[in-house]
Write a protein that binds this ligand. Structure first.
Ligand code: 5RP
Length: 222
C-alpha cells in the first residue's frame, strides 16, 4: 500500500468523528485535503467549518462546504466539536510536530478552540522522539536572528524557509537536528522567546486520538 493510500484510509476514517449540526475545525496539508474531499458527503449535515489556513478555506469553499471565521463561529457556539488535521510526526504520548505546510499557528489556534483533536497520519510519521522532522517556528521577521541563536543554543541547526511567508505575514525557521525528549518543556521554552509566534510542537494541543494508516488498516491510539 502506498503512503497516499494509507492517508486516504485515515482521512475517510475521520468522518465518523464529525457530528451533525456542529461546527468543526479543518487542518492543512495533503491528508487534510483528502479529509476535505471526503467531507463533501456530509456537507449538508454540518453547521460549518473553520479553516486552519487560506488554502484549506479555498478548498472547502470550492466544494461548497460552509466556512466560518473562527471569531464568527465562537460567537455562535461555545467551541468547535472536533479538529481534524494531519501531522509531520507523532510520538507515543500523542505529542505532534506540525507546520510542514507552514500553517502551524492557525492550526494550533483552531485545535485549542476544539473539544477534541483527531490527528490523521500514516505510519511513516511515527517517531520515538520528536525532532526527526525539522521543527518549524513561526517568527516575526525582526526576531529572525534572535530566535535562530536560541535554536542553536538548544542544539539545533536553524534554517530559514526561503521564499515562504505565512498566512499571518511572518517567516518560518525550520530547526534541524533536535531530539525532543521533553516536548512540553521545549514547546514552552521556544514560545517564551520574544518574536516567536508559536512553534510546531503540539504538546499542550496534542492529539486526543491519533488515527494511523497502516497497510493492514487504520489503528487508533487514544
Ligand atoms: C501543515 C501541517 C500538516 O498537517 C503536516 O505538514 C502534514 O502534512 P501532510 O498531511 O501533507 O503529510 O502541519 O502545516
Amino acid at each position: 500500500m502506498t503512503q497516499d493510500e494509507m492517508k486516504q484510509k485515515v482521512a475517510e476514517a475521520a468522518l465518523k468523528y464529525v457530528k451533525a449540526g456542529t461546527v468543526i475545525g479543518v487542518g492543512t496539508g495533503s491528508t487534510a485535503n483528502m479529509f476535505i474531499d471526503a467531507l463533501v458527503s456530509m456537507k449538508d449535515s454540518i453547521r460549518g467549518t473553520v479553516a486552519s489556513s487560506k488554502a484549506t478555506a479555498e478548498r472547502l469553499a470550492g466544494h461548497g462546504i460552509p466556512v466560518l471565521d473562527l471569531n464568527e463561529a465562537l460567537s455562535q457556539v461555545d467551541s468547535l466539536s472536533v479538529y481534524i488535521d494531519g501531522a509531520d510526526e507523532f510520538d507515543g504520548g500523542r505529542n505532534l510536530t506540525k507546520g510542514g505546510g507552514g500553517a502551524l499557528t492557525r492550526e494550533k489556534i483552531t485545535a485549542a478552540a476544539s473539544d477534541q483533536f483527531i490527528c490523521i497520519v500514516d505510519e511513516t510519521k511515527k517517531v520515538e522522539y520528536l525532532g526527526v522532522f525539522p521543527l518549524p517556528i513561526e517568527v516575526i521577521p525582526m526576531a529572525r536572528e534572535l530566535v535562530a541563536g536560541v535554536a542553536k543554543k538548544l542544539g539545533g541547526r536553524p534554517v530559514l524557509r526561503e521564499g515562504f511567508t505565512t498566512d499571518n505575514g511572518n517567516i518560518i525557521i525550520d530547526v534541524h537536528g533536535l531530539k525532543i525528549a521533553n516536548p512540553r518543556g521545549m514547546e514552552d521554552e521556544l514560545n517564551s522567546v520574544p518574536g516567536v509566534v508559536t512553534n510546531g510542537i503540539f504538546s499542550h494541543q496534542g492529539a486526543d486520538v491519533v488515527l494511523v494508516g497502516t497497510p493492514s488498516g487504520v489503528q487508533l491510539i487514544d
